[in-house]
Design a protein around this ligand. Structure first.
Ligand code: FES
Ligand SMILES: [Fe+2]
Length: 450
């Protein structure tokens, strides 16, 4: 062992670890021509909320590219490179027209596909406008979010429709939040269930409730389109099993925000569906929906009026609080952005609770090497026309402790059986999936038949 290594094991040894090494990992970078940026660009990504884009254009920065999102007067949505290809004026000052957007400086008119329709300062017989096309990306609007496809035109996938987009009785309210740090440290929070125990349960004001305080059993798995965890907690005679799934590259769902774990629940679905979208290497957007319904969080319905641009109805998701308040009651925003602008993996000490984090990092590395089996998971719908099934859920079953059985082993076992039941639903026709899963879950519960 070197003298240096020995010294780092002694107290008051800050001197020996004072230097922060350069980060040298590819997963931080999503700008043009970066390996991960190329992978991300093969997918549809949200770039704005529909509610932001009314009669004025909106300047956005996505994966290091400066863009403008606008709606022309015929209600066509466009996503263009922000700087006018005449002499560079920002099209955020442009004027949406019947067709396309007109630059404020000399009036060039750009269609949503980038074709130049008019160059009013040029002679009538000028061929300039036909000699090239302004940078544009295909855009679509879906349930209050504007998506863009920023990859090679010939590789555009169908937009993937996941089952959580079409859950009965759900109102999907679009929202976004911004965190001033690298995308990965924001995204990997979704496969880190242990942070919920501490950050949301034991630190500052309890963000959720008593049920979250217990350390759950943990299992992390790769799925057919990403990764998910299985956690299980004991609450008296009940076992609360929860999974959150990350669909590669950057879509994730969260189960109930305020689960209490004391009432039976069979495949309760999600409170959040969201994409982690890099702004650039040191800024990240979440764009997605809060799901409002009386099934997922019946005891705590949330506040729809707080959800919108850079705003959502649970604490610690934005930088809009006073510093002292944030220090006394930190949330995800404070925990993530303070991991440094780009979390330095060489300075970390990962443990057993970080298995999911390490797993998705390896998967992203495989993805950019072209070795991930589901690079991008096909879009659209499944063969019978139904949405693509996902697994994020909360399930609460009556399974009391058993004499002579280690309760942690029982929790883990029930967690696996719950996931077996949910995954078996992927094999049945879409229309029968939910009732099939519920029936399988009821077989695990020990509530006697009446
Ligand atoms: S800079 Fe846009 S038209 Fe001249
Ligand atoms: Fe969190």
């Amino acid at each position: 062992m070197s003298i240096q290594a020995t010294e780092t094991k002694r107290p008051y040894g800050g001197y020996h670890v004072r230097n922060v090494p350069e980060d040298d990992w590819e997963l931080a970078h999503t700008g043009p021509d970066t390996p991960l940026g190329e992978y991300f660009r093969r997918h549809w990504n949200p770039v704005a909320l529909s509610s932001q884009v009314r009669d004025l254009p909106v300047a956005v920065r996505i994966m290091g590219e400066d863009l403008v999102v606008f709606r022309d007067k015929s209600d066509n949505v466009g996503v263009l490179h922000r700087h006018c290809s005449h002499r560079g004026t920002s099209l955020e000052y442009g004027i949406p027209s019947e067709r396309g957007i007109r630059c404020c400086y000399h009036g060039w008119l750009f269609d949503v596909d980038g074709r130049i329709l008019e160059t009013p300062g040029e002679p009538p017989d000028s061929k300039l406008k036909d000699s090239f096309v302004h940078g544009a990306y295909p855009a679509m609007e879906y349930k209050g979010l504007i998506f863009a496809y920023m990859g090679p035109p010939g590789e555009k996938p169908d937009f993937p429709v996941y089952d959580v987009f079409e859950l009965p009785g759900n109102k999907l309210v679009p929202y976004s939040t911004h965190t001033p740090c690298n995308w990965l440290q924001v995204h990997e929070n979704g496969i880190d269930p242990v942070h919920a125990v501490f950050l949301h349960g034991r630190v500052g004001e309890q963000h959720f409730n008593e049920a979250w305080l217990e350390m759950p059993t943990l299992e992390f798995r790769e799925s057919d389109k990403g990764a998910y965890y299985i956690t299980a907690r004991r609450l008296d005679g009940m076992i609360w099993v929860r999974s959150a799934e990350m669909v590669f590259p950057n879509f994730a769902q969260t189960g109930a925000l305020w689960e209490y774990g004391h009432r039976e629940k069979y495949f309760g679905r999600v409170s959040l569906s969201r994409w982690t979208v890099p702004e650039d290497d040191t800024g990240t957007w979440f764009f997605g929906w809060r799901h409002f319904n009386d099934i997922v969080d019946p005891e705590h319905l949330g506040d729809e009026s707080l959800c919108g641009h850079d705003s959502v109805d649970f604490v610690g998701q934005t930088g809009n609080r006073r510093y002292e308040e944030a220090q006394r009651n930190p949330g995800d925003w404070e925990a993530q952005m303070s991991q440094r602008p780009i979390a330095n993996h060489r300075m970390e000490h990962l443990g057993a609770s970080d298995v999911g984090v390490a797993m998705i990092r390896r998967m992203f590395t495989r993805a950019i090497e072209g070795k991930l089996q589901h690079p991008g998971f096909p879009g659209g719908r499944v063969a019978d026309g139904g949405p693509i099934p996902t697994v994020s859920h909360d399930t609460v079953l009556y399974v009391p402790p058993k004499d002579g059985v280690d309760d942690r082993k029982l929790l883990a076992d029930v967690g696996r059986r719950v996931l077996d039941a949910i995954l078996s639903g992927h094999e049945v026709p879409s229309a029968e999936r939910i009732s099939h899963i519920e029936a399988r879950l009821r077989e695990i519960s020990e509530i006697p038949e009446t």
